[in-house]
Design a protein around this ligand. Structure first.
Ligand code: CTP
Length: 214
């Protein structure tokens, strides 16, 4: 009876018709959550930035490119969702100007001005409506402090933290090393495992929260 809204993958922020700013996200963690949530019987809407992964079976896939497109797609589908899992690596900034023609090189250095993108999970957190919201934090330093601060300021129920410096964790790997932090501040530290298994552990925690609500 639950409907999961899952976001995954990177976003692309173009500055001319041939170039964009992005990050190394593969989409694997978010797709794993979508696949496993579906296997457990939930209806799943997967909003994905550009990814080379195959569309998961029996999941409603909404393909987007930029952070603003992702935000619009999330808002369009939010009403249906009882659980939101925001695994996407959303670009915090986009080029302030998008040239209509390809930019030509000139002598000397070049600068691109960036402006802020909407913070999608903060917007959802400000208007929760009983929904369970799970965010992700990828850090390279002060993992737990940064993750706790994000959980608090963005009004999440759980945050899944991973440290890019840790062996086996991170973007392109099949594996991850995650810590799940809740609103009480307790930290569940999990060993190296596949992203599919990590998705299951995250879903176990979501299930506990759902059961506590009924
Ligand atoms: N997120 C989002 N919209 C954004 C940026 C991030 O919804 N514009 C979500 C991500 O999907 C993730 C969580 O916020 O679930 C944490 O993202 P992260 O980029 O690590 O956090 P920021 O708050 O952007 O902090 P910083 O980049 O300064 O570490």
């Amino acid at each position: 009876g639950e409907t999961f809204l899952v976001t995954a993958g990177p976003t692309r922020e173009p500055f001319d018709p041939v170039r964009f700013i992005t990050n190394h996200s593969s989409g694997k963690m978010g797709y794993a959550v979508a696949i496993m949530a579906r296997r457990r019987g939930a209806r799943v809407i997967l909003i994905s930035g550009p990814s080379s992964l195959p569309p998961p079976m029996d999941v409603q896939l909404v393909a987007v490119s930029s952070a603003r497109e992702m935000r619009d797609a999330v808002m369009r589908h939010l009403d249906a969702a009882t659980v939101v899992v925001k695994a996407a690596a959303v670009a915090d900034y986009r080029p302030a100007v998008q040239a209509r023609q390809k930019l030509k090189k000139k002598p000397g250095p070049m600068a691109i001005e960036l402006e802020r993108n909407p913070d999608i999970i903060a917007e959802i957190g400000a208007n929760k409506n009983g929904r369970i919201i799970v965010g992700f934090a990828m850090e390279t330093e002060d993992l737990l402090e940064n993750a706790r601060a994000k959980l608090e300021t963005k009004n999440m129920d759980l945050i899944v933290a991973n440290d890019l410096q840790e062996a086996g964790a991170g973007f392109q790997n099949e594996t991850n090393v995650i810590r799940i932090i809740d609103r009480e501040g307790s930290i569940e530290s999990l060993p190296l495992m596949s992203k599919m298994e990590a998705a299951n552990r995250i879903l176990d925690r979501i299930k506990c929260l759902l059961m506590a609500k009924t």
